[in-house]
Design a protein. Structure first.
Length: 89
């Protein structure tokens, strides 16, 4: 089984982390976060989502409106909150 931890090790502030797997951050200023590598090869944390709001992605009109508003078709940079918010929808 292949994991996202390479032999070099993906570390963020001295801790080994799993890349590109969103996780909840209770008590933080954002709802979710994810570790990703920037183009320079450094591991960064990307925080996204409003902790005080619920997403209602099961409602087709809400989903369509959100994806159009955020321009999810062009969100390809993994180091931006927009990319991860679009993936959550």
């Amino acid at each position: 089984m292949k994991t996202s931890l390479s032999k070099k090790g993906n570390t963020y502030k001295g801790r080994k982390v799993t890349l590109n797997k969103p996780f909840y951050t209770p008590g933080e200023r954002k709802k979710s976060a994810v570790y990703a590598k920037n183009p320079a090869g450094k591991v960064v944390i990307v925080r996204f989502g409003d902790p005080n709001m619920k997403i209602k992605k099961n409602i087709p009109a809400n989903r369509k409106s959100f994806r159009a508003r955020m321009k999810c078709d062009t969100a390809t940079d993994k180091t931006t909150p927009r990319h991860w918010s679009c993936k959550a929808w």
